[in-house]
Design a protein around this ligand. Structure first.
Ligand code: ZN
Length: 295
């Protein structure tokens, strides 16, 4: 057995563990702007290999190869691919991807130059993130909301992914929140489009940046409050790129959400948590999914 010692930093506790280097599953997260890659080994230890900007899908194979280093797709037991888009549970393909429209109808295994189609599984990136963040010690219904280029959402009920009738569950970002901004999905006034208008740029003066952040938290909390009212989750896990650049985001959004639930209401609010694997939730979850299927 070929072993390597691995510095695992899951749950904020760094520790050295031994893994069997010859047996692994690869997870790729093809997001709106970047590709992230993680591995999962036989003993369930994840290893995050890094991420790169991905300007074109034609770059995915070279980017994956570069990030994988000594590991290869060819030698993996299975490959999970998380995609920022709507995956049909019937056709097992990308039906719609507002941020990566070129993914629609593409054979992902061919894109990866993987000769064995049967070793690749495709899943929505938020669903992958939920699998990575799954914790059996939590309550019965966990919801994860990823605030990134778009808004991803997924739910785990009794530890199992809730996917809706056709795999289109949790499109929170494309719910109408008002306004007239055109969303990449083709509709106007989507939560996602309104949130994106609040992204702070380097050119923004301090007061403009502060106002954009305030509005982002208000709108984000608006969306999360819908989830809470409709689903009554036990946990809301906050992930995605936005919280990473904004240390107090989770606290701010949970405080804002509580304003939608006045104390006169007898409603138990969920616990709020930051995603453990941060920007690698999607790729870790994709590898976990591959492991559960190609074992
Ligand atoms: Zn939309």
């Amino acid at each position: 057995m070929s072993q390597i010692s691995l510095l695992s930093s899951a749950n904020s506790l760094s520790r050295v563990v031994l893994v069997d280097k010859s047996s692994y599953w690869v997870g790729l997260d093809v997001g709106g702007t970047k590709l992230s890659i993680s591995l999962v080994f036989e003993n369930d230890e994840p290893l995050n290999l890094g991420y790169m900007n991905l300007s074109s899908l034609s770059d995915i194979r070279d980017a994956a190869s570069q990030l994988l280093g000594d590991f290869t797709l060819k030698d993996a037991n299975g490959i999970g691919v998380g995609v920022a888009g709507w995956i049909s549970s019937i056709s097992k393909s990308v039906v719609f991807s507002p941020h990566r429209p070129e993914l629609v109808g593409v054979q992902i295994p061919a894109l990866l130059n993987d000769s064995s189609l049967s070793r690749v599984v495709l899943e929505n990136d938020a669903n992958c993130a939920a699998l990575a963040e799954r914790d059996n010690s939590w309550g019965p219904l966990s919801v994860i909301v990823n605030f990134g280029t778009g808004i991803g959402m997924s739910a785990l009920y009794q530890g199992q992914l809730f996917k809706g009738a056709n795999g289109f569950f949790g499109e929170l970002g494309h719910c109408y929140v008002g306004g007239s901004l055109l969303c990449e999905c083709g509709a106007t006034g989507c939560l996602e489009a309104e949130l994106r208008s609040c992204f702070v740029s380097d050119q923004d003066k301090a007061e403009i940046a502060a106002e954009k952040k305030r509005r982002y938290v208000m709108l984000g909390a608006h969306g999360v409050s819908w989830i809470i009212r409709i689903m009554n989750p036990s946990e809301v896990i906050v992930g995605g790129g936005v919280p990473l650049g904004w240390d107090s985001f989770v606290e701010e959004i949970s405080a804002e959400v509580s304003r939608y639930f006045p104390s006169s209401h007898s409603f138990v609010l969920p616990k709020f948590k930051a995603a453990t694997y941060k920007e690698f939730s999607g790729s870790v979850g994709a590898a976990i999914l591959a492991r559960s299927i190609f074992n």
